[in-house]
Design a protein around this ligand. Sequence first.
Ligand SMILES: Nc1ncnc2c1ncn2[C@@H]1O[C@H](COP(=O)(O)OP(=O)(O)OP(=O)(O)O)[C@@H](O)[C@H]1O
Length: 240
Amino acid sequence: MSATAAQKTPATPATELAIAARGLSLGYGSLPYVTELDLEVKRGEIVAVLGANGAGKSTTIMGLAGALKPYAGHVEINGEVTTAPMRMRARQGLAVVTQERCVFMGMTVRDNLRAGGVTVEAALEYFPELEEHVGRTVGFLSGGQQQMLAAARAIARRPKILLADELSLGLAPKIVDRILEVLERACREENLGVLLVEQQVVKALSVAHRGVVLRRGRLELEGTATELKSRLDEVQALYL
Ligand SMILES: Nc1ncnc2c1ncn2[C@@H]1O[C@H](COP(=O)(O)OP(=O)(O)OP(=O)(O)O)[C@@H](O)[C@H]1O
């Protein structure tokens, strides 16, 4: 931890609700795929969403982000029911980072940060390794650097909630560890609530406080990260 980080006030215990799904059903066709999902993320807490391909993890993120309208149930942000579209949820303190990175490839790192409404300084506070790339066009950066930029841009806006959808996809383990380390730091120091969708179970549970396992759109198992780590066989069986 940096000297500045060590001087900051520790985050308050995780009690304040950041985002919640209440009986949330979501899907694409005539029938919902994710059904009657109940899920909570508190401020200062990382909740891992685990499950096999097609379990409904990204669908859940899209529903919470306001990109999919619920078939039933609702979403609460900061303890209040919301039906706001995605761009309005950003004003409520919600940030989303996905495996697609969503950075502007033809623009420099600096301009990407500006376009996201954050200063270079604020972003470098989390990812100082981006400093030497600030003037470079993003399309020429590695996938890991692009993902760090996407994460930096999201976190530097000081959101209350971050929905992170498979940030690790296709990235080297060292980069994944670095990004997770920054999420943990923002969670601890800024009271950020994180919903972390992640394919790598052990890695996710190493940073999360709690976890849920989805299977075919249903929540099948939940517990603290410690509990789930001690029941890894059960967790992994839900991937079959
Ligand atoms: N845009 C879409 N239109 C129609 N069906 C979709 C769409 N996106 C996802 N699905 C379907 O919804 C179900 C859940 O998919 P989802 O992407 O939420 O799973 P996931 O757990 O995130 O999987 P992965 O780890 O592969 O991304 C799958 O059956 C998938 O085929």
